[in-house]
Design a protein. Structure first.
Length: 328
């Protein structure tokens, strides 16, 4: 039965809509995953009110807990909407504004639309490809840049903490230690701590300046560092020991991530092999039987089949990526 152009348009639009829905639901989102449970004061103090614990210790514990609650609330307010486009652009570190990103997306969609129009000679196919590439490709590229930048930051961040620890133990203030990091570290650690130094020049305290880092690098590690600095500023304590412990924890987390990635390499290799099989088989069929698959590219029904196949390939890739991607 012949399919008219309306049926083709409906199938194409439905495929694109389902693709974007699955992309939103299954793709990895960039943001700070700090869903910490609220602390119950009754659970903390329960069983502790006896003669063996001095009242001064209870007061100090309560003050520390209140300070932690205020810091957690302050961090949530500073993070805000980590999924907005402006936030994602700032996380990637590229000198782009929202307007530049929209222009880039338009150019990408236009280029892919022209190429698809030349290949398929179908306005509706090229329109679908144009919209899909304009909406998906720039976002995927942006997430790749964010992932690459955060990986570089986490690789250098423990060394920056060690600089602060050594500086504090030698008698230098934290502000001077941060200035040393700006002079000795590489990007993106240097650029993030430079923002801290600039904020101090504007009159903010060290704890307030460090708390602003989470706006540009929304990671759990940065949140831990900001919490340590804020608690030390409000309640006192041994800052060098706390940061030394934090540095050790971050290095252990890095080792654990490396082990998990090594264990997942087999699954990733299988996913790459499965994903490349259709393309390899199509190439072999074209080489052994030239013209056998031309109907897929010349007939409108073949275009529909190719569109459905491409959608299923993308769906399978997203599902496999979700299955083998371990967040820690």
């Amino acid at each position: 039965m012949d399919l008219d152009i309306n049926s083709f348009l409906v199938v194409g639009l439905i495929s694109i809509s389902v693709f974007f829905l699955l992309y939103v639901l299954l793709s990895k989102t960039i943001g700070l995953e700090s869903s910490s449970e609220s602390r119950d004061p009754e659970k903390v103090i329960k069983g502790k009110k006896n003669n063996t614990i001095p009242s001064a210790a209870l007061k100090r514990r309560k003050a520390l807990r209140d300070a932690m609650d205020k810091i957690e609330l302050s961090h949530k307010e500073k993070v805000g909407n980590t999924k907005s486009l402006s936030s994602l652009i700032s996380y990637s570190g590229i000198p782009f504004s929202k307007e530049h990103f929209y222009i880039f997306s338009f150019v990408i969609g236009l280029v892919f639309g022209i190429i698809s129009l030349a290949l398929f000679s179908s306005f509706f196919v090229s329109l679908c490809i144009c919209l899909s590439s304009a909406l998906v490709f720039p976002r995927v590229l942006l997430q790749y840049l964010i992932k690459k930048r955060t990986a570089k930051f986490l690789n250098e961040f423990p060394n920056a903490l060690d600089i602060i620890v050594r500086s504090v133990r030698s008698g230098l203030p934290v502000s001077d230690a941060i200035s040393i990091i700006v002079g000795q570290s590489s990007d993106p650690v240097r650029s993030e701590f430079r923002r801290v130094v600039e904020a101090q020049h504007l009159g903010l305290s060290v704890s307030e300046s460090v708390a602003r880092m989470i706006r540009y690098m929304p990671l759990q590690e940065v949140s831990f560092f900001s919490t340590v600095i804020s608690v030390q500023a409000q309640s006192g304590g041994n800052l060098s020991e706390a940061l030394s412990n934090l540095s050790g924890i971050l290095r252990e987390r890095k080792k654990m991530k490396g082990k998990v990635q090594a264990l997942a390499m087999e699954a990733k290799a299988s996913a790459w092999i499965i994903g490349s099989l259709p393309f390899c088989v199509s190439l072999l069929v074209h080489l052994t039987s030239p013209g056998y698959m031309d109907i897929l590219f010349l007939d409108p029904r073949g275009h529909i089949i190719l569109g459905i196949a491409a959608f299923l390939m993308v769906l399978g890739a997203v599902v496999m990526r979700t299955m083998i991607n371990f967040d820690m």
